[in-house]
Design a protein around this ligand. Structure first.
Ligand code: FES
Ligand code: FE
Length: 431
């Protein structure tokens, strides 16, 4: 019997069926209806600085190569040979003139065109039609502020429309960097036995877990208490995007000034320069936002940005079945940040939210064990509870400057928006 997917999520009452975190059939539909239909983050343009630079990633479970060709244009195509499906690129990143399949040697250029077939005359007795055998192209590719997204659906709305008011918040870290953002080399990859939606909904607006799940780490004082105590908000956007932990300037500037003392005088000057640049570039009221906090761009691209002195963290929750995901993460830094800030960036990043980081381990434990405790026959009867903030009025004059649906930092309205979008796509576009 066909599952009624619309009955599995009721964002209005804040209930979500546990089946969507465990069911193989639903998972296969997610690959078709979400990952093959909506915009997905691929990489940052700084990872493709020179002609021939490429980055191998995934769109759902489909491997793709993102490549800057000699004409300077970035393209993306399926990393699967047209002959028998072998991956034509097996390196995670690099620079190439062509991609040669190791199975039988068909070779594709940096635009994905088939350019060479070994023993062509002997094997086929005729020229092999090149045009019909290019690597399958990702038909839509657009960038915002250096962040490259692709989509398999050529009729999808423009990336700018889809990001909407979220751009207002992304601009905070895009525009405040003095020399532009660039990716530090190295992508950390690890498997996690949890459903991909759990970290996505966590980053989309779950500030509620921070003082509890990460309480022991916060008590160590590694993160300045001023960061932890600053006022924060959660903001939901159309298309399922959400941000938790947005801070308004004021308290964070004080915290950044204090944190800069650990780096030395050049870092103190840098903090002042970054805030001055934000004021100049962003203008009112955007210059009042100090940091993005943590957020999720639907479906599986999360970011964090806590301060002028921390790197911008990028996280992809690649789905690998209803019960498993592959976590990929890397970070961006300001090209013109002082050496002391750049050198510490990777350390700060991996110390906190990574496979061996304090926050990352805390979170993975939750994602894995919540997934495991959700699969049983009895557990499957009980819905997840996303009712926090429903019917609770929220008024805060300071937060009026923020576009989007603003709520207090303990709220689940961003997660309700995430699952509302999940249901819309899974049911063919209806709200
Ligand atoms: Fe690639 Fe045969 S699978 S050449
Ligand atoms: Fe966490």
């Amino acid at each position: 019997m066909e599952t009624d997917l619309s009955a599995l999520v009721n964002a209005e009452s804040g209930s979500v069926s546990r089946r969507i975190f465990a069911d193989e059939t639903i998972y296969r539909k997610e690959l078709e209806r979400i990952f093959a239909r909506t915009w997905l983050f691929l990489c940052h343009e700084s990872q493709l600085a020179a002609p021939g630079d490429y980055f191998a990633t995934y769109m759902g479970e489909d491997p793709v190569i993102v490549c800057r060709a000699r004409d300077g244009v970035i393209r993306a195509f399926l990393n699967s040979c047209q002959h028998r499906g072998m991956k034509v690129c097996r390196e995670p990143a690099g620079n190439a003139r062509a991609f040669t399949c190791i199975y039988h040697g068909w070779t594709y250029d940096e635009c994905g065109r088939l350019v060479s077939v070994p023993y062509e005359e002997q094997a086929y007795g005729r020229p092999v039609d090149r045009d019909g055998r290019s690597l399958t192209r990702v038909p839509r590719l657009e960038s915002y502020g250096g962040f490259v997204f692709g989509c398999w659906d050529d009729k999808v709305e423009a990336l700018d429309t889809w990001l909407g008011d979220l751009r207002f918040h992304l601009d905070v870290f895009i525009e405040r960097s003095l020399g532009g953002l660039e990716a530090l080399s190295g992508v950390q990859r690890y498997r996690c036995d949890g459903n991909w939606k759990l970290p996505a909904d966590n980053f989309a607006g779950d500030d509620y877990h921070v003082p509890w799940t990460h309480g022991s780490y916060l008590k160590l004082g590694v993160v300045s208490p001023q960061y932890a105590e600053a006022r924060a908000y959660t903001v939901a956007f159309p298309y399922g995007h959400g941000i938790g932990d947005i801070h308004l300037a004021g308290e964070p500037l004080v915290a950044d000034r204090e944190f800069a003392q650990r780096f030395g005088p050049e870092a103190a000057e840098y903090v002042e320069a970054v805030y001055a640049r934000a004021a100049e570039r962003l203008g009112e009221p955007r210059n009042r936002i100090a940091a993005f906090g943590h957020g999720n761009i639907f479906p599986n691209f999360s970011l964090n940005d806590f301060s002028a002195l921390w790197p911008v963290g990028i996280y992809l929750w690649h789905p690998r079945g209803p019960r498993e995901m592959e976590v990929w993460q890397w970070c961006l830094v300001d090209r013109d940040a002082p050496a002391s800030v750049r050198e510490t960036a990777m350390g700060l990043f991996t110390q906190v939210q990574s496979a061996a980081g304090a926050f990352g381990q805390d979170d993975s434990e939750n994602f894995e064990q919540a997934s495991a405790a959700t699969r049983g026959a009895v557990a499957q009867r009980q819905d997840f509870d996303y009712t926090m903030g429903l019917g609770k009025p929220f008024e805060d004059d300071a937060a009026q400057v923020l576009p989007g649906e603003v709520g207090p930092h303990f709220s689940e309205h961003c997660q309700r928006g995430f699952y509302r979008e999940w249901r819309r796509l899974m049911t063919g576009g209806e709200s």
